[in-house]
Structures are given as C-alpha cells and as structure tokens.
Unconditional design. Structure first.
Ligand code: PEP
Length: 262
C-alpha cells in the first residue's frame, strides 16, 4: 500500500450470508472493537435484505455501506432486480460489480459489467470493479491480456474525473474461496500491471491515485504480507469477513506503517 497517493480500503463481501439478526450482532461487535488508530477505509458489502438494518447500525460510524450487485436500469420490469438509484436512496456508498461469481454463475459479460459501472457512477455510487483470471488462463499466460481487456471494456465511457470514485479489485478466480491466496509477489505484480493499464487508458494521476485491492483467500494470517506490496491498496474479503475478529485483524494489518523503502 502507498497511503501518500491513495486510500487503503478493506471491503467485506458477505455474499449470500447473514440474516438481519446476524448483521446486527456483527456490526455491534465490529464497532465496539474497531481500533482508534485505524488507517484504512472499511466497507461492508451486505446482502440486499440487510442493507436497511446495516445502514441504520453504521450511521455515524465511519464504516461505509456497500452492496454486492445492481441492475443497470433505473426502474422497470426487471423482476427480482435492484437499481443503483434504490441503493443510493438507502445510503449505500460502494457496490461490487463484475465479481467472478456473478460473471460465471449469472452469465455477466464484460459489456454488462460496463453498463453496471456506468449506472453506479450515474447514481453517485463508488463501484468496486472486480477483474481476474482463472487457473487455465494463468497457466496459458494470457492473464495480462485478459485483465487489460476486462478493465478496458468495464471502464469504457468512464472519465478520468469519474475514476476518483472507482476502486479496482484484482481477484484471481483460482484464489477465491479456495483457501489458497496468491502470493504477495503475484498479487503485487498484477496490481502494478493494472496501474500500468490505467496509465495507458487515462494518465499518471489516475494510475497513481486509484485504489487497487487484492481479493482471494485474504485472511488474518496473510493480510500483512499481501498489504506490504506497494501496489496492493487493501483487500476485498469473502470468507474471513464473516467473522468480526478476523476482519478486525485484517483492518489492523492495513493500519500498520508502510514498509521503509530501501
Ligand atoms: C470474494 O469472493 O470476493 C473473495 C475474495 O472471497 P474469499 O475471501 O473467500 O476468497
């Protein structure tokens, strides 16, 4: 991480977990134990049905509320869907877009991801845009091209000014929910490559100031080493974020001083 140029953000992705009562219990425990010296942004991306209760409990807490998906239209005949305007109305600040589970299980294409990024920005939300390769793509050596393509399409029509509100999460699919994280070097290398892509698509300011998270089996044990990488500006955390103690330990790791340059 490099706090001089960009914000470090720890975001929890609860996926399809936690009832309203469990949400209340979690937020109360997190708020009680949150370190005073924390030096990172914290976002809880909760299921739609927990947004109202989480929003109420997070008021005046400096923990931001996030969602895990949205529909790109404002309103209309889209049974079961939720729009960006509806999320903004509930004080949601961040929204995960293009998670690999949405891409693979719900057939979300890069073009759909782009429409969702646009809808989020138009409603004043901050997208957490997920990109990443699967194991075959990594082994074939096509991950750099694939990630560049995912980013280029997802950010089509997004201005340099709007990039101030975009967070990118590098999430190698082979590391998500497997317990096998990328090594710090692998995570750092791809996050640095993403910064280069942003430089080519935009400019040095956007490349330097965009928060790029790593996600994929980040936990209380490996977070410090992953976050030591200069280009890893936080984490998107699934499994470990379901336990407030583990999330707190990751927040602590993200609040340490940056490593000295040698
Ligand atoms: C995720 O789904 O975004 C994620 C990183 O999950 P996990 O931490 O469980 O790998």
């Amino acid at each position: 991480m490099n706090r001089k140029y960009r914000k470090t953000i720890i975001a929890a992705n609860w996926k399809m977990n936690k009832t309203a009562a469990e949400t209340r219990d979690f937020v109360e425990r997190l708020r009680e134990a949150l370190p005073r010296n924390r030096r990172c942004g914290i976002v809880l991306c909760v299921p739609y049905v927990d947004i109202a209760i989480a929003g109420k409990l997070l008021r005046e807490s400096r923990i931001s509320l996030g969602a895990q998906n949205l529909h790109w239209e404002d309103h209309g005949p889209y049974t079961g869907e939720v729009s960006a305007a509806m999320l903004a109305d509930l004080d949601v600040k961040y929204v995960i877009i293009g998670h690999s589970e949405r891409r693979s299980l719900f057939c979300e294409s890069d073009l759909v991801v782009n429409k969702k990024v646009r809808a989020a920005l138009d409603a004043g939300l901050r997208p957490i845009l997920c990109v990443g390769e699967d194991l075959d793509q990594r082994q074939l050596g096509v991950a750099p091209e694939l990630i560049a393509y995912q980013i280029k399409v997802a950010l089509a029509g997004v201005s340099a000014e709007e990039m101030r509100r975009v967070v990118i999460a590098y999430e190698p699919i082979w590391a998500i929910g497997t317990g096998v994280s990328a090594t710090p070097e692998q995570a750092g290398e791809v996050c640095a490559a993403i910064r280069d892509i942003l430089h080519k698509l935009y400019d040095a300011r956007v490349a330097r100031s965009t928060t790029i998270q790593y996600g994929g089996s980040m936990n209380e044990k490996n977070a410090a080493a992953l976050l030591e990488q200069e280009d890893v500006d936080g984490g998107l955390i699934g499994t470990a974020s379901l336990d407030p103690e583990k999330l707190l330990a990751i927040i602590q790791a993200a609040s340490q001083d940056e490593p000295e340059e040698c």
